[in-house]
Ligand binder design. Structure first.
Ligand code: GTP
Ligand code: SPV
Ligand code: MN
Length: 588
């Protein structure tokens, strides 16, 4: 097929990839429906896609990944810059020359007998100051059809690129799906990403974590903005004014849910509204007025399926009713629809995520815990108008948070921007199924960026500190924890829609409308200021959720000290001062 651009930089990139991968043919993804339809037909023929009930789920398909390929592989993800120190202590590092030569060996001839697809795409709305272009080369139809949902794809992207060389070069091949030869390599100095031997979303939809976070975090450092693992939501209060909030929680810790929350009945009656701008990634730039403005650079949601239901997240469920690709969920063979744990009664006749006959009585999970839906943003019933315009929304608050069974209260406000950066830098969470490895182990995940920061995390903290200094109207910084558990291991706080009760307090704090209790760790709400009307949470339980236990925080400070050790001298001294301050305040 003929190329659809005259851009010599793009043509050269494609030529080089063809020489290396040796595909039988090359197909340029021009964005036309005819082309997508023919690829879909092929995927249905080979079994890569399964057509679902088109009356109940129009244009929805099921895909199953290989059983050894169901999540991001952090151990095989590399930052390939010249100096190991520039990748820092939290990233795997390989020298660029070594990485290129190792991966060239694997890519060599990997597309023989296959078709190479060239996907021009944009992160951010084309023509806005936020937008950045990528080209992903792949041999996977799943990737093509998923990128169509997750990003803006087509010939118009190449038209907008003109003859520029300013695009991120992404090369992906499923190759043999061999775990031992699986590599996700990032080359910040070349704006390049090479991913091989995986077919799982986070490893292969290169616009997402690879570009929009790992590569973009490097661009953001150099250009004076922030690329963050954050949702963006708007809260409209009864006064009619919308305030926007960005929140960073680690993978599978509640971003999509918070971004789409439905206000509790009492709040709805009073006129509260929630709108979603983004559920996973925020690109944030300072405006002339000294405030920060955020956009969601994606065009779709790649959301966790298990736990999504008409009570926990009806907006997400509605979003997946058409034009959606489901990965690794259960197939209900009675009516050819999908199911996952938490959706309600299990189907009588079904096939599990591995493609085997399955019933709930087996005691095994039917859907993989990291099974996902890939759905267009426009399907979301509560999507913000600001998404379509692509203009940044002014951010009032940043929220950090994670899964903490103990120690961390429901919410607290940092003492200053610098203290807020400290709070983000020491964030910790119990691990989830979103990455391979043990689940439920407490690990420090600064700003939810541990697996996604494309450079030395000490420099990233420095960048955050510096950004704050340039802002005259910086967002206030908070920390939340929806996941405190009781003595039976049950979550104490109802969460989901009820999290608006906490957002409400946060907004009041941003507007200096309410007092708070100063504690050793920051400002905590007076229990009377969290509205519990319509919940079954007692005032006493809330007191417990807001408690700051000095003994626990002494241990926490010790653990933070350990965490900071690995950064050595490169850690900004301001953060060490913040730790010293915390230690002082929690001392007996
Ligand atoms: P990634 O897409 O991996 O970045 O995940 P995410 O941060 O968007 O997480 P998501 O909203 O998909 O939630 C992950 C899991 O956390 C789901 O099983 C949810 O049901 C659960 N969850 C989300 N919000 C809450 C909450 O407020 N309380 C409790 N207890 N669980 C929650
Ligand atoms: C996450 O793990 O944070 C996700 C899913 O949002 S993935 O695209 O796999 O990174
Ligand atoms: Mn995520």
């Amino acid at each position: 097929m003929k190329s659809i651009t005259m851009n010599t930089n793009v043509l050269k990139f494609v030529d080089q990839s063809v020489s290396l991968c040796k595909p039988d043919k090359v197909v340029w993804i021009d964005g036309s429906k005819e082309l997508y339809d023919s690829l879909l037909a092929e995927a249905l023929k080979t079994g890569e896609f399964i057509k679902l009930n088109q009356e109940l789920l129009p244009d929805c398909y099921l895909h199953r990944s290989a059983v050894n390929d169901v999540a991001r592989v952090e151990g095989r993800t590399f930052i390939c810059c010249e100096q190991k120190d520039d990748a820092g202590p939290t990233n795997n590092w390989m020298a660029p020359a070594e990485a290129y030569s190792k991966l060239e060996g694997i890519f060599d001839g990997c597309m023989k007998g296959r078709t190479m697809y060239v996907i021009p795409y944009s992160m951010g709305k084309v023509g806005t100051p936020f937008a950045k272009i990528g080209i992903e080369i792949t041999d996977s139809i799943y990737v093509v059809l998923s990128m169509r949902i997750m990003t803006r794809v087509g010939k118009e992207i190449l038209d907008s690129l003109g003859d520029s060389n300013d695009f991120v070069r992404g090369l992906h091949s499923k190759a043999e799906l061999d775990e031992e030869k699986r590599y996700i390599c990032h080359f910040p100095q070349d704006n390049a990403i090479w991913s091989v031997n995986s077919g799982y979303g986070g490893n292969v939809l290169l616009g997402k974590k690879c570009f929009a976070l790992r590569i973009a975090s490097c661009l953001a450092r150099d250009e004076g903005w922030l690329a963050e693992h954050m949702l963006i939501l708007g809260v409209t209060k009864p006064d009619g004014k919308t305030r926007y909030i960005c929140a960073a929680f680690p993978s599978a810790c509640g971003k999509t849910n918070l971004a789409m929350l439905i206000p509790p009945e009492g709040y709805r009656r009073k006129g509260y509204k929630i709108e979603t701008v983004g559920d996973d990634i925020a690109w944030i730039r300072p405006g002339k007025d000294g405030s920060l403005y955020a956009v969601n650079p994606e065009n779709g949601f790649f959301g966790v399926a298990p736990g999504t239901n008409s009570k926990s997240n009806p907006n997400a469920l509605a979003t997946t009713k058409k034009d959606t690709i489901f990965t690794n969920v259960v197939l209900n063979t009675d009516d050819n629809t999908v199911w996952w744990e938490g959706l309600g009664e299990a189907p009588k006749h079904a096939v599990n995520w591995k493609g085997q006959p399955w019933t709930a009585e087996s005691g095994e999970k039917g859907a993989h815990p990291n099974s996902r839906f890939t759905a267009p943003t426009v399907n979301c019933p509560c999507l913000s108008d600001k998404f379509a315009t692509g203009e940044g929304v002014k951010i009032s608050a940043f929220i950090f948070g994670g899964r903490r069974a103990k120690t961390v209260p429901l919410v607290y406000q940092s003492r200053s921007w610098q203290h807020g950066v400290f709070v983000g830098s020491v964030m910790a969470s119990e691990t989830t199924a979103a990455a391979t490895g043990a689940v439920g182990v407490l690990r420090r995940d600064p700003m939810a960026m541990l697996p996604f920061c494309g450079y030395n995390m000490s420099d990233y903290f420095r960048h955050w500190l510096d950004m704050g200094k340039k802002l005259t109207n910086a967002p206030k910084i908070f920390n939340v924890n929806w996941f405190r558990t009781d003595e039976n291991g049950k979550f104490i706080w109802p969460g989901f829609g009820d999290n608006l009760r906490v957002l409400d307090w946060i907004i009041d704090r941003c507007e200096d409308a309410i007092d708070a209790r100063e504690t050793a760790i920051g400002y905590v709400p007076y229990a009377k200021d969290i509205n519990l009307e319509g919940t079954d949470v007692s005032a006493e339980t809330l007191e417990g959720l807001l408690e700051v236990d000095k003994k626990q925080w002494q241990a926490e400070a010790e653990s933070i000290e350990e965490h900071y050790k690995k950064f050595g001298d490169r850690l900004p001294k301001e953060l060490r001062e913040e730790l010293a301050g915390l230690k002082d305040r929690v001392a007996d």
